[in-house]
Design a protein around this ligand. Structure first.
Ligand code: SF4
Length: 474
């Protein structure tokens, strides 16, 4: 039994290359009965170090398991056994041996376009197939080794979410610009080869489209290849996201309305063909194309279950639903109140139009305000990348009785905005009630009418992969 172990991710005297810090121990569980407490670390299961939660679950899945945990000082350790029962451990994180970082240097990488001063986790360039499986974050697969591929297949880590961008290796290489020294197996950079090796694994893929680079004929080629693969479940086409913080990065621009319209026409042709041939559209467009082109959003059924919602594909339609038709509106609200809803500049016109029926309610003064993103620059128009400072600089203290924010502005399960300001900070500085408006249009309308906001926190939003996900690219 090890006697001197340190709960750190660095090698320790017992030789463990990493340990798993324990956040919580369930009362009465096998771990609690063995004397393990929060703050301890899991060292090994069945005599082996565990690299992540998947490896931990795999070992427990064998039925009988022998676990070793050590105290925070690394001075005391205990071994305990379980047989087909949960040891009762909750961990600080799901990856114990450190996130796999990306081996690329994409010119459109959001991490490189971030202003300084945000919390460190927002600058982490993870490209870890395990978080892709666990959370649906997109990975490029360029950092995989043979052993990783074998593990994905052995443990059937399906589905995975893959950033393809182009099925042409030369073009993809030009966009991803992988570092030769960081790529551990050059074979991993060959996207067709990799997707074919992963054939038993379901793949949700994405193409971050850049005007004039990987759209047009190149996009046709990419779609044609991807839809020919039996394991590709869907292809999301999302426009490149840019900020004004691009010092030392090549010039790049976003889609103009006529270019966005051309991408819509192109992808809708594919959708019609695939729907007729296979009964599924398979290729889906980010909302941003429709908003930039000024085209109406497709109906909900055309998103076929919204499988890539968090990538900005169908998020607006999902939120708006079929609007407020049939929604019972009161003739008046008492007491009279002023409600302010804030949104990014891209979505604000849609939201304003959707909430227009509420203008008839006596006693209600409602404004939907488009906030210019001063954190990332006005070129960043999505709501999910607005920070607390953007609200504070564009809302005057006391100008409303209730300020409602989009859930996409908050970190998952918290009241924290992108720049670490909280809803309480906004309440204090603005001297008004501040809350999340609701997960959909009807919930938002209810919050406005009742003046008591929905208590639900965001179901999703930014995370440690935050900015890449909020920007819908990786
Ligand atoms: S966009 Fe993703 S893959 Fe590209 S450099 Fe950034 S983190 Fe790496």
């Amino acid at each position: 039994m090890p006697t001197s172990l340190r709960p750190t991710t660095a090698p320790n005297p017992a030789g463990a290359p990493y340990v798993a810090p324990i956040r919580e121990v369930a009362p009465g569980s096998p771990a609690a009965r063995a004397g393990v407490a929060a703050g301890w670390s899991l060292v090994s299961v069945n005599g082996a170090w565990v690299s992540d939660i998947l490896a931990y679950r795999r070992e427990l899945g064998r039925g009988e398991a022998s676990l070793v945990a050590c105290d925070p000082e690394g001075e005391r350790s205990v071994r305990f056994e379980v047989a087909w029962e949960d040891p009762g451990l909750e961990f600080d994180d799901v990856i114990f041996d450190g996130l796999r970082l990306c081996a690329n240097k994409c010119e459109f990488c959001y991490v490189h376009q971030m202003p300084k001063g945000f919390r460190k986790s927002l600058y982490v360039m993870d490209d870890d197939f395990r978080t892709s499986f666990l959370y649906g974050s997109f990975v490029t697969l360029t950092n995989l080794t043979d052993a990783d591929v074998a593990r994905i297949l052995d443990e059937h880590l399906s589905p995975l979410y893959v950033s393809v961008h182009s099925a042409d290796d030369e073009l993809r290489g030009d966009m991803l610009k992988w570092w030769r020294l960081k790529v551990r197996d050059p074979r991993a950079t060959r996207i067709r080869d990799m997707l074919e090796r992963l054939e038993p694994i379901d793949l949700y893929t994405q193409v971050v489209a850049q005007p004039g680079r990987n759209d047009g004929a190149a996009l046709d080629g990419t779609i044609e290849y991807l839809v020919s693969r039996p394991n590709v479940q869907a292809v999301a086409v999302v426009p490149v996201g840019l900020t004004e913080h691009r010092r030392n990065l090549p010039e790049m621009r976003g889609y103009r309305p006529e270019e966005a319209a051309a991408v819509i026409d192109q992808v809708e042709r594919w959708q019609a063909r695939l729907l007729a041939e296979r009964g599924s559209r398979m290729v889906f467009l980010a909302d941003e194309f429709y908003l930039v082109a000024g085209r109406p959003l497709p109906p909900a059924e055309s998103y076929e279950g919204f499988a890539m919602l968090e990538n900005g594909v169908g998020m607006v339609r999902d939120f708006l639903g079929e609007g407020l038709a049939g929604f019972a509106l009161p003739a008046r609200v008492t007491p009279a109140r002023r409600v302010l809803c804030v949104s990014g500049t891209l979505f604000a016109p849609q939201l304003r139009a959707a909430l227009a029926p509420l203008a008839a309610i006596d006693g209600l003064t409602l404004e939907v305000r488009a906030l210019v993103n001063r954190t990332f620059g006005a070129v960043t128009t999505v709501t999910g990348l607005l920070a607390g400072r953007d609200v504070l600089t564009q809302v005057r203290p006391g100008e409303a009785d209730l300020l409602l924010l989009s859930p996409s502005m908050l970190k998952y399960g918290t009241e924290t905005l992108l720049d670490d300001r909280t809803l309480d900070d906004l309440r204090r500085e603005l001297g008004m009630a501040v809350a999340v408006g609701g997960q959909d249009l009807r919930e938002l309308a209810q919050s406005i009418i009742e003046g008591t906001p929905a208590s639900s926190l965001p179901q999703f939003g930014y995370s440690t992969h935050a900015v890449k996900e909020a920007a819908g690219q990786h």
